[in-house]
Design a binder for this molecule. Structure first.
Ligand code: MG
Length: 263
């Protein structure tokens, strides 16, 4: 009992003083200003509009022999819901359309370095403006968003345009086709490597070509896609591809002919 009494008598005041001292030290520094989404958005200079060459109505680039087919028009068996269970976006006429009530979908398979082909179409009757017009996105390794948006006669912040590394790097051009016409992305992605303490040893890089026009030229990705705040860096391994079901009220967009080559 005596020992316990002494412990409380002498030890507790020391611990309390140390705690108060720590609090006072923390209060000596100003707190950072809370981030708002608009703080990481900028609108100029706007990339030049480049009209892509004409195309046939068929799939633009058929899959090569060594590609993993992620969607060939038949079913979504290579995909699942991020909420768990099967991907339940709407299949029709060799394409599938976002179902905004079902949330994002991801590939069952995980990838490291890859070359990807994907085609997507903004519906002809699209409405809305800026980020609220055909917004979706392709997340590389589930973490880094390449923006998909209707940027045909629709201005938005440049680091949120079609083909931007979202909230990081604007595209080099605006190569949109009209709503109702199919767009294509060719994406070449190199996954990051990490140091033991969790920083990038080599950061992820990405090249994006839309409709034959270069948008990202071996661009360094700075970290995870964050709507509010700065990109974050945390170690990760291979990851799935994710397609975004964005909450904007505009008409949902469609996808077709998706394949990937592991590198
Ligand atoms: Mg998006």
């Amino acid at each position: 009992m005596k020992k316990t009494f002494l412990t409380y008598k002498y030890l507790l005041p020391i611990v309390a003083c140390a705690f108060i001292g720590e609090l006072q030290a923390q209060e000596a520094f100003p707190k950072p200003t809370p981030m708002k989404a608009q703080m990481s958005e900028y609108w100029t200079p706007q990339p030049a509009v480049v009209t892509p060459g004409t195309q046939s109505k068929d799939v633009i680039v058929p899959a090569p022999s060594d590609a993993i087919i992620l969607f060939d028009g038949e079913n979504l068996s290579q995909w699942q819901s991020t909420k768990g269970g099967p991907a339940e976006w709407k299949l029709s006429k060799g394409a599938f359309t976002v179902d905004k009530s079902k949330g994002d979908i991801v590939t069952k398979r995980k990838f490291g370095d890859f070359q990807l082909h994907i085609e997507w179409m903004i519906p002809k009757d699209i409405s809305g403006k800026s980020q609220g017009r055909g917004n979706s996105g392709l997340f590389l390794q589930d973490k880094y968003e390449i923006q998909i948006l209707d940027c045909y006669n629709n201005q938005t912040y440049v680091n949120g345009q079609t083909g931007s590394v979202y909230k990081q790097t604007p595209p080099l051009a605006n190569a949109m086709r009209k709503p109702g016409e199919w767009n294509s992305y060719e994406i070449i992605y190199k996954a990051p490597t990490f140091t033991k303490d969790g920083r990038y040893r080599t950061p992820p890089t990405v090249t994006v070509i839309q409709n034959g026009v270069l948008l990202q030229n071996h661009t360094t990705i700075l970290g995870t896609t964050e709507y509010i705040g700065f990109p974050k860096v945390a170690p990760h391994g291979d990851g799935p591809l994710r397609l975004q079901s964005h909450g904007d009220p505009s008409e949902p967009i469609s996808f077709r002919n998706i394949w990937v080559r592991e590198l």
